[in-house]
Design a protein around this ligand. Structure first.
Ligand code: PMP
Length: 410
């Protein structure tokens, strides 16, 4: 692995060479979507330029080459999360589609009225709404593990809410709003002890932490390509093969069948069974390149850098007059959230943008979490492997200006 050096990493990302308001762009919105290194852009372009064709059915050279690259990307995704078998890697549009797939194909057919689905209070809407749809469709009930003031899940509460009616536990590995690293391993152990399957939403973990689904023993694990420096419109659902083999298709169409007749259709084995239609071929290949890019570094070193950066940000931002951090998790990855005494989070984000700093303001698709903190919105600063201490320093300078501006008004 290359030695990790932020300056040279930044040089790999064309968009980060842009200047805004005559200043170097400071991108602190990777939790919404990460920027793309040249290697990912090249891989996708190379596919269209040199060997693009539809995959799986073609006998001609281009189709065979393209199929090989597409399937190589699947193997890279398998290695990335240490899945035992490439057949357990389903290409989807992203985490949202992965969760909906599990809801429709795995859970819905197993639900009786009164059965329960267990989630937590800090989930992204995409790990809430698909289950609410099943409440309507199947008469299931959503149970929600509360969080403490620090923004953490307490295992006692998880244990209390698991019972013989619990048919799935679905929990995020890392909170997109607070950055909390959840004790997913303990939760999986607790669920397994009771025979309950577990889905882990890894959208915010995959960019920051090494993922090992075998060690974790999760039944399903989902992540999005665009958050791991890959293209949009591609993501991965990992599912244990024995479960996938029992599941009904998610959508019907081409490429997911063995044989079709009007007398009856036989479905293909996983993963093809869950990949109806022409997939996002170039996107998958781009995701493979993103995984190669991440693997070119010592991932532990990257994680340590990002962790230290967030710790530094927490320390410095907390000292700014009028700033309150939202959530103080012991273990954090990717993001911090805060509010300011005078300005609305949207004002803060706009005023930072004027200084060339990109952060996000809003509910971050976690409205129930906002409600539990009694705020309509927060400002979120999130980091990627291209952020350095000077980015945080600039953010602190920017927030200081805003703080003084509003102190003068009051
Ligand atoms: N879960 C979490 C924790 C997320 O942060 C996101 C993306 N913001 C999603 C799910 C949904 O991912 P996508 O929009 O890529 O489907």
């Amino acid at each position: 692995a290359k030695a990790f050096d932020v300056e040279s990493v930044r040089a790999d990302f064309p968009v980060l060479q842009r200047r805004l308001q005559d200043k170097r762009l400071i991108y602190l919105d990777s939790a919404a979507s990460a920027q793309k290194p040249q290697a990912v852009i090249d891989a996708e372009m190379d596919c269209y330029r040199r060997y693009y064709a539809n995959v799986h059915r073609g006998l001609h050279t281009l189709s065979q080459e393209c199929t090989r690259e597409f399937e190589a990307a699947r193997s890279k995704a398998k290695e990335f999360i240490n899945a035992p078998d490439s057949r357990e890697i389903i290409f989807v549009r992203g985490t949202t589609e992965a969760i909906n797939l599990v809801a429709s194909s795995f859970l819905a057919p197993r639900l009786e009225p009164g059965d329960e689905i267990l989630i937590t209070h800090l989930e992204h809407h995409s790990n809430i709404v698909p289950w609410q749809l099943l409440e309507q469709r199947c008469g299931a009930k959503l149970r929600v593990v509360p969080i403490n003031d620090q923004g953490e899940i307490e295992l006692d509460s998880v244990a209390e809410l698991m019972n013989e009616r619990t048919k799935l536990v679905s929990v995020s590995h890392v909170s997109n709003t607070l950055g909390t690293v959840n004790p997913v391993s303990d939760i999986v152990t607790m669920a397994k002890g009771r025979g309950i399957p577990v889905l882990v939403d890894g959208a915010q973990a995959a960019p920051h932490l090494p993922i090992d689904v075998q060690q974790l023993e999760a039944d399903f694990y989902a992540f999005s390509g665009h958050k791991v420096y890959g293209p949009t419109g591609i993501g991965v659902l990992y599912g244990r093969y024995d479960l996938l083999a029992q599941m009904q298709p998610y959508q019907g169409g081409g490429d997911m069948i063995k044989r079709v007749s009007f007398g009856g259709t036989e479905f293909a084995e996983p993963p093809a069974r869950f990949e109806a239609g022409t997939p996002n071929i170039a996107g998958a290949i781009g995701l493979g390149a993103a995984i190669d890019y991440l693997n070119s570094f010592d991932r532990r070193q990257v994680a340590e850098h990002e962790e230290a950066l967030l710790e530094y940000a927490v320390e410095r931002i907390a000292q700014i007059e009028g700033v309150s951090l939202i959530g103080k998790p012991d273990k954090r990855a990717g993001a911090i959230s805060f509010v300011m005494a005078g300005p609305h989070p949207n004002d803060v984000a706009m005023l930072l943008d004027e200084q060339g700093i990109a952060v996000r303001a809003g509910h971050h698709c976690t409205q129930p979490l906002m409600e539990s903190y009694g705020v309509p919105a927060t400002v979120r600063a999130s980091v990627g492997l291209y952020n350095g201490y000077e980015d945080i320093d600039q953010l602190v300078v920017g927030l200081g200006k805003i703080s003084r501006m509003f102190a003068n008004i009051q």
